[in-house]
Design a protein around this ligand. Structure first.
Ligand code: ZN
Length: 204
C-alpha cells in the first residue's frame, strides 16, 4: 500500500488497452489499495490502473465531498451496459496536471463490475452526476482513451494543453459519436440562449 507516481499525458502506457483481471489476487488487492492511496493523496475523484503504470482493468472513484465520510468505490473488469442522454462535462485528469476542458459525456450510465472482494455488482449513475461522468472518464482509461478525445472545442483545449506544457491533442484519437454530438449541440445552443437572456435581464 503506497502512493504511486501518476503517469503523465505523453507516456505511451496511457494509450495502451488494459488486461482483464482473471482473479482478484493479492496483487490486484494491493493495486486497488495503491490506486486509492494515490487518488486521495492527489485529491482526485477517480484513478485508473494504467495511470499508475499497471495496465489492468481496474479503477477507483470517490465522489464524496467536504465533511462527508470517504466513499471509495472499486470497479474491476467494468462494463458499461447502458448509456443515454448528454451532458457537457468540465473535466480534468490527474495525468493532465492543471488542464481542464469541456467534453461530451452521456448523462446516465449503468455499469456492471466486480468490487475488491470479487463480488459482482450493477450500479446506475444518472442526471450527469459527478459519478456518472467519472465512471465514463475512468472506464475510458482502460481502453487507452483520454478525456481530450471527447473534446467539445478542440482549439480551446489545445490552448489549455499548451499552457500546461502538455503534448498536443492527437486529432486522430478524437471520438465522433454523432448521436451524442447532436445532443451536445442542442445543449450548447441552450447555453448561449440562456447567457443572452441573462444579459437582457441585466440590461433592464
Ligand atoms: Zn483521467
Amino acid at each position: 500500500m503506497s502512493i504511486k507516481k501518476v503517469v503523465k499525458y505523453g507516456e505511451p502506457s496511457l494509450r495502451q488497452p488494459s488486461k482483464e483481471v482473471h482473479k482478484v489476487s493479492q496483487k490486484i488487492k494491493t493495486l486497488v489499495e495503491d490506486l486509492l492511496d494515490t487518488m486521495y493523496a492527489q485529491n482526485g475523484v477517480g484513478l485508473a490502473a494504467p495511470q499508475i503504470g499497471e495496465n489492468y482493468r481496474v479503477f477507483v472513484i470517490d465522489v464524496s465531498t467536504g465533511d462527508e465520510p470517504l466513499n471509495p468505490m472499486v470497479f474491476i473488469n467494468p462494463k458499461i451496459i447502458k448509456k443515454s442522454g448528454a451532458v457537457i462535462s468540465h473535466e480534468g485528469c490527474l495525468s493532465f496536471p492543471e488542464a481542464f476542458t469541456d467534453v461530451k459525456r452521456y448523462s446516465n450510465v449503468m455499469v456492471k463490475a466486480m468490487d475488491s472482494k470479487g463480488r459482482s455488482f450493477v450500479l446506475e449513475a444518472k442526471d450527469g452526476s459527478l459519478l456518472a461522468r467519472a465512471i465514463q472518464h475512468e472506464f475510458d482509461h482502460l481502453d487507452g482513451i483520454l478525456f481530450i478525445d471527447h473534446v467539445i472545442n478542440r482549439f480551446e483545449a489545445e490552448e489549455v494543453l499548451k499552457k500546461c506544457n502538455l503534448p498536443d491533442i492527437d486529432i486522430e484519437k478524437i471520438i465522433d459519436e454523432p448521436e451524442l454530438s447532436e445532443k451536445i449541440e442542442v445543449l450548447l445552443k441552450e447555453k448561449i440562449k440562456n447567457n443572452e437572456s441573462a444579459k437582457d435581464n441585466a440590461a433592464e
